[in-house]
Ligand binder design. Structure first.
Ligand code: F6P
Length: 342
């Protein structure tokens, strides 16, 4: 009997449990045994596993997070960890390992594949910044939650005649800010890909006020930065993959906007709210399609590939291509968003 492992690594997001369920059910239907590896790459290093079967994945479709746990462990920080992963792969008698993650987790998957391990990838992240796929699951839920929050902030902004600055996650890509800002009718959207011109921002808000709109919503991606400024971070200590913990641009913007315009200004940082809770229908369906496709890739021996969504088709792409560059915002989309500023 064949045996597949599955792990979830990096930041969690809604849709991981639908993937775990789909992989387990599809594999069972094909007569393949599945084990879950706990806490991402840490579980492969320490041999932390749990058996998965149709019973154990029953009822997890609508649940947020991941029943397998996750971590930001990077085995390539220590050659001994990579050796342990290879040993455990053999010890566990795995025919394939399905790695569900973003650029970091899949970057490790790609290196392990190059070193001879049978690995298949599935793309996840709320940031939607992974190349070679139109969407990652988690993103749709995140923008729906952010949109609902922006709607709520609109009503209180209007009552108090205030400017509300909303900081959203997304790391170095402006997907979440742009799409939730568009859906929520934001008056200004600031993204990492385009340096902030604070004079422009203040002028837009003042012009809006002069035509009778004495409240505004400014959506800022956590990775947005001023023309001459650096990234604003909450913690300078980098994680195992070299990322700083972003955050703080919302407060900086509110301070400047308040001073320059005289408008009363407040800040809301949505942060991890966007990563929690039940996945949207879109993310449940995408996660399910990715899970089934990943099992098919593993059964065919298509290792080193990742499932991806192109148009409305699930396709396979080399993991290597997907992790090469970050997928930053489509500037045509941002131009459309700009038409509605002010
Ligand atoms: O990559 C997903 C993400 O939520 C980013 O948007 C954010 O910058 C980061 O993870 C936060 O990381 P952590 O979970 O370590 O706080």
């Amino acid at each position: 009997m064949k045996k597949f492992g599955i792990l979830t690594g990096g930041g969690d997001c809604p849709g991981l449990n639908p993937v775990i369920r789909a992989v387990t059910r599809k594999a069972s239907n094909e007569g393949v045994k599945v084990i879950g590896i706990e806490n991402g790459w840490e579980g492969m290093i320490k041999n932390l596993t749990i058996p998965l079967d149709i019973q154990s994945v029953s009822g997890i479709l609508p649940k947020g997070g991941t029943i397998l746990g996750t971590s930001r462990t990077n085995p390539y920080k220590n050659p001994k960890d990579v050796k342990k992963i290879k040993e455990n792969f053999k010890k566990l008698k795995l025919n394939a390992l399905i790695a569900v993650g973003g650029e970091d987790t899949l970057g490790v998957a790609n290196k392990l594949f190059k070193e001879g391990l049978n690995v298949v990838g599935i793309p996840k992240t709320i940031d939607n910044d992974l190349s070679e796929t139109d969407y990652t699951f988690g993103f749709d839920t995140a923008i729906n939650i952010a949109t609902e929050c922006i709607d709520r902030l609109h009503t209180t902004a209007e009552s108090h005649h205030r400017v509300m600055v909303v900081e959203v996650m997304g790391r170095h890509a402006g997907w979440i800010a742009t799409e939730s800002g568009m859906a929520g009718g934001a008056d200004v959207i600031l993204i990492p890909e385009i340096p902030i011109n604070i004079n422009n921002v203040c002028n837009i808000l003042k012009k809006r006020c002069s035509r009778g709109k004495d409240f505004s919503i400014v959506v800022a991606a956590e990775g947005a930065k001023f023309k001459k400024g650096n990234l604003i971070v909450r913690r300078t200590k980098k994680d195992a993959f070299g990322h700083e913990l972003l955050g703080g641009i919302g407060h900086r913007l509110a301070e400047i906007i308040g001073k320059r315009t005289g408008f009363e200004t407040r800040v809301t940082v949505l942060g991890h709210i966007l990563r929690g809770g039940s996945p949207s229908a879109f993310d449940r369906v995408l996660g399910t399609r990715f899970g089934v496709a990943a099992v098919e890739l593993a059964l065919r021996g298509d290792f080193g590939f990742m499932t991806a969504l192109k148009g409305n088709k699930i396709v396979k792409v080399p993991i290597e291509k997907a992790v090469k560059h970050l997928k930053t915002i489509d500037l045509e989309l941002y131009d459309i968003a700009k038409e509605f500023f002010g």
